[in-house]
Write a protein that binds this ligand. Sequence first.
Ligand SMILES: [Zn+2]
Length: 103
Amino acid sequence: MRAQPLRAAMRFPKEVRTYCPRCRAHTVHQAVLYKAGRRRTLAQGQRRYLRKMRGYGSKRKPEQKEFAKTTERQVVKLKCTACGYVLHRSLGRMKKLEIVERV
Ligand SMILES: [Zn+2]
């Protein structure tokens, strides 16, 4: 993806007409902001992490306190209204992304 200048807030339309790989055609997609899911406590990595954190001694990984970046990569989930196929689209770094009715 080509580099874009950083903007304070980018607006993305609620409905976009784009390519659906399942339909193999351009269809209307509903846009939703992607958010990372909740950590599962029974996942293997999380169980291993919790076991390592038990008892005395240091943390498994150092706590991150300083961050180089002030922005996050924003991702929208696009759901095909014809077949329900969901595809993710990364929009690059920005402070804030808004899903709006019309741009
Ligand atoms: Zn489709």
